[in-house]
Write a protein that binds this ligand. Structure first.
Ligand SMILES: NC(=O)c1ccc[n+]([C@@H]2O[C@H](COP(=O)([O-])OP(=O)(O)OC[C@H]3O[C@@H](n4cnc5c(N)ncnc54)[C@H](O)[C@@H]3O)[C@@H](O)[C@H]2O)c1
Length: 438
């Protein structure tokens, strides 16, 4: 890395974290942060809170916590807000989501009840399986976006925050393709005025955030800030953006195992992945249009990691299938099965079976926290536009035109940490042997 380390404005005051969508993931995130800062839980799963980072040679024994090296906003300075089509407060929504036990919610009930969702910019055409009363009415999409901007300003004022970040924790919207109104900011504004159907509610939140100088990350697989109009706007206004689709369960495992097969030059003939889940997210994904958005982000990882064009003997005939099944009895406790058909020396076949009995929102909540804090760091470092170094957190990393996505979790991790070293004015760790380092 040759670029000069940026000047990072130090954190001060409060940081407001806004979540469009206050369902299972968002409420688990907020309740968890409150439990951690009250000392009744540990921030397990959060790199920003628990991980250390090596500076210099191994022998120099400098391994500060990430949060100390780069000066992240402390949990005590976080305040929360958001939008949802249901007007349940965060306590009620968390009870309804059935992720956390009453034992973990009851002690924080008063705090959680104090956070109420603002009326949402929502349109059933984009999330067909849901409807709710807490929504904005406006003649066109630009008016909706302006109303969201006003909400952002009012929330900052009401909470006394110095800055804000936004992480989309709303339902998966239907699969959309980039279209003409997405080509640049001017076309996008015209599209909003004319109620262009290619503009979804999540794009209105992303637009509102960028216009208010609030960094935006998309935790769902749908098209949101990953369109030329919003990427250009984010660049012009110096606002960090990142996406998309939190990398939590099955795909995280895929991006751990596939690099191992490639590193050992083992072939993969087939990879069949199926899931059962019964939460509201699963219900939304039961609609084929919403499922299509998820299928696209889940499917692309293997090709990029295994590079069949460079290794045709090993991966050119790989059959990859992803299934998501809505199964209400399971609630948030998803189960994902993978059957992997691999082959080795002299083509001899082998099988691997993986059964991941995970908890979706327990895996996603620390990602919301890390993204919010890292986006705030990027903003204070003056780094606007797409934050590729945050690919670590996403199934389908948002990248600049002309770049290739990186899906390998370990390469993503190295890149994330070297970017943090860069922000702190420290040299990257190259993993050359100590003998070869200066
Ligand atoms: N949990 C995971 O492991 C994981 C992983 C990757 C992605 N995701 C994505 O994260 C998102 C949230 O997941 P969840 O389990 O919390 O789902 P959820 O259904 O519990 O919560 C989503 C909430 O968003 C609200 N919503 C929908 N459209 C909205 C709009 N336009 N404005 C405001 N609110 C809106 C819904 O009413 C709902 O309360 C989903 O899109 C999911 O696909 C989750």
């Amino acid at each position: 890395m040759t670029a000069e380390a940026p000047h990072v404005r130090p954190h001060d005051g409060k940081l407001l974290i806004l979540t469009p969508g206050m369902g299972a993931v968002a409420t688990t995130f907020i309740a968890g942060v409150e439990a951690i800062r009250r000392g009744t839980a540990k921030p397990i799963g959060s790199l920003t809170q628990m991980q250390t980072i090596r500076i210099g040679k191994r022998s120099s024994n400098r391994t500060p916590l990430v949060k100390d090296l780069v000066g992240l906003a402390p949990l005590g300075d976080l305040v929360f807000g958001g939008w949802d089509i249901f007007d349940d407060n965060v306590y009620e929504a968390a009870v309804r989501a059935r992720v956390l036990n009453d034992r973990d919610l009851a002690p924080h009930r008063k705090f959680l009840e104090s956070i109420r969702p603002m009326p949402a910019a929502f349109d059933r055409n984009y999330v067909k399986r849901l409807d709710g009363p807490n929504r904005k009415l406006a003649p066109n999409k630009l008016d909706l976006a302006e109303s969201l901007r006003e909400d952002i300003r009012n929330s900052i004022a009401a909470t006394g925050a110095a800055r804000a970040t936004m992480v989309w924790c709303g339902s998966t919207e239907i699969h959309l393709h980039p279209s003409d109104c997405h080509r640049d900011p001017r076309a996008f504004v015209t599209g909003m005025k004319e109620n262009d159907p290619a503009i979804s509610p999540s794009q209105l939140y992303a637009y509102a955030a960028i216009m208010e100088g609030v960094p935006y990350a998309n935790g769902a697989p749908n098209l949101s800030a990953d369109i030329p109009a919003l990427e250009q706007l984010a660049d012009e206004r110096g606002v960090p953006i990142a996406g998309k689709d939190f990398k939590t369960g099955q795909t995280m495992m895929k991006t751990v195992l596939a690099p191992a097969f490639k590193a050992r030059m083992l072939g993969v003939a087939g990879w069949f992945s199926t899931n059962i889940l019964g939460n509201r997210d699963g219900e939304v994904l039961d609609d084929p249009d919403a499922f299509r958005a998820k299928e696209v982000t889940k499917s692309s990882v293997l090709d990029t990691i295994l590079e069949p064009s460079s290794y045709p003997d090993l991966y050119k005939d790989l059959y990859h299938k992803v299934r998501i099944n809505y199964y209400p009895p399971r609630g948030d406790q998803k189960e994902g099965w993978d059957n992997i058909d691999i082959f080795g020396w002299l083509d001899y076949p082998m099988q691997i079976k993986l059964d991941f009995q995970c908890r979706d929102s327990i895996l996603a909540a620390p990602i919301v926290l890390d993204l919010a804090l890292f986006l705030d760091l990027a903003a204070r470092a003056g780094r606007g536009g797409i934050q590729e170094w945050l690919s670590f957190y996403f199934k389908s990393p948002q990248i600049q035109v002309g770049h290739l996505p990186e899906h390998d979790l370990f390469i993503q991790h190295i890149r994330l940490k070297n970017t943090l070293r860069f922000f702190a004015g420290e040299a990257p760790v190259t993993h050359l042997s100590e003998d070869l380092e200066d």
